[in-house]
Design a protein around this ligand. Sequence first.
Ligand SMILES: [Zn+2]
Length: 641
Amino acid sequence: MNCVHLDFHTSPLIENIGEKFNKEEFVKTLKEANVDLITVFAKCHHGYTYYPTKVSTMHPNLKFNLLKEQVDACHSAGIKAPIYITMGWSQKDAIDHPEWQHIDFWTKKPVRFGTVPTPDMDPETPLYDCSWATLCPVGGYSEHLKAITEEVCQNFDISDGVFYDICFMKDACVCDACKAGMKERGLDPDNYEDARKYYREKRIEFFTELNEIVHKYNKDAHIFYNGGADMNRPEYGVVQSHFELEDLPTAWGGYDFMPIRAKYFEKFGKFYMGMTGKFHHAWGEFGGFKNKEALRYECADMLSIGASISVGDHLHPSGEIDKSTYAIIGHAFKYVRDIEKYCFDTHAYTDIALWMSHTEADLGASKLLQIMHLEFDVIENANELSKYNLVILPDKVKLSDEDKSSLVEFAKNGGKVVCSYESGFDGLGIEKLEPSKYDIDYIETEIDEIVTPFLSYASAYKTKCEGEVLAKIREPFFSRTAGHYCGHKNTPFKDENADYPALVKNGNVLYFAHPIFESYNKTGNYILQKYIMRAIESHYDRMLVVNNFYSCGRIRVRKSDKDNFYAVHLLYAPPVNRGNVCLLEDFPRVDGIEIELKVSENVKNVFVADTNENIEFTQIGDILYLKVNNLVLHKLLIINY
Ligand SMILES: [Zn+2]
């Protein structure tokens, strides 16, 4: 499904709101751009509604029911139109009801995002970027949100769902309503864990109440609480009808975040979509445009992880839909239309499991697996281990005794285990002693011409390990402190190796003593990357081998059990950082990519999804050999069996 998230946060100082809204033009533009769904606004972050309201305040310069016009126009053209209601940010409500503000547990002050304007501030003070007060949906504000929801459900067709925005800021609140609520439940508002517990419980209860209101009017309406597709907040999955994985790669740190999140939320068995923006930089940027090929790449990237597509836009206060924006979106959505039938109802085809640590290390491991051109699933416990041949436990996985026994059994039965830092344990032949006392250390091994111990940008766990030592540790003379330092940066290494290892192979277990995945995520250290990749390569027999492809090249393999095909996505566009933006600008052609894929079925034919071009293949036993030429941006190969 091709979705647009159409923001409409509109200042009360601007006049003639929505006066250039033209139903016919609106839906014609959307139709031409292959848009299936567009989110339209009931209430925005300025705190105004875009329809006549009895429970809130309509935008002062809007003279008609814009929301109704938009919903009706979309529905008449067969376009879905879920309705947006702001939750956490509402500037007018924050001024009218200071008691509704979210109060930070630690500072006991209202939570601010950016430089929030207040009535006593010099109105000429420049505002930089996103600046809003944050409200707490407990007490009076929760009643207000219920009233708005009820009113929207009574007056509009909500069959396409409701989108609540900014539902999770911080993880504890000590506003008066929360403090009173905590005391009622015997919780201590001065205790952080109690405040977090209350926040979680109260939000789940409140969102359940909102769901009940919406479902009273339409039992099938989709409801999403934005901010709730966070891998560290899986407990909110129960109140979501689906997941929207908001991620602006241009402004939020690049192109590597979406895959692991999609793999995580795919496991909930609910509909999930990626969400990017049409903006050059980030949300709310009028006149900011992304290169249309970059947007096409982002859409193809989402399809390659089985996600539907959502692209963010922001409507001009005049209500006139922006033709330039929909030229770009339409370019990307046309491509999606051509290939999407091969993308959903598929699952990743892999024998590798990444066991989530719910720390930064997961992202480092995900990046490395993608650079290695390996497909993977994520898991959180031992129940699913039997489906895999390799399990990776990055840095800080918390394991129960049962998990540990299962992992020992898994390795005993031929499963390969890669673990690092705190994730190693006795049963695997790794006796953890204590973390190193140094700030950094060095790894002594041989990586091509590099024989000098290389900087790990971290320090190891001291261990006694069974098995063969593959790399050693060189400690620094001392940690770099105000009292002990040497030169500009890290202290150099001593002459002798330490008496504890950096890398050990014990049968089917490979143990890295460093927090390699977190360190890699932080530093992108090229030598560390080679060190990890080589060790894993020599430990695990790949079912997907890719030669002649770049580190920024991505390959993802999905399988449709229902329609008997494999879908191989190849993507290539190296991101560059320019100014404050991560950009895709060059889409060079790549030829001669060699793929070897283990498949147990007899392959009938292989073709390119959008052009139907046949691709020659050879199958010897259970290995399929393919050579791919003329990859520009994205190519989807369909392997029928
Ligand atoms: Zn509160």
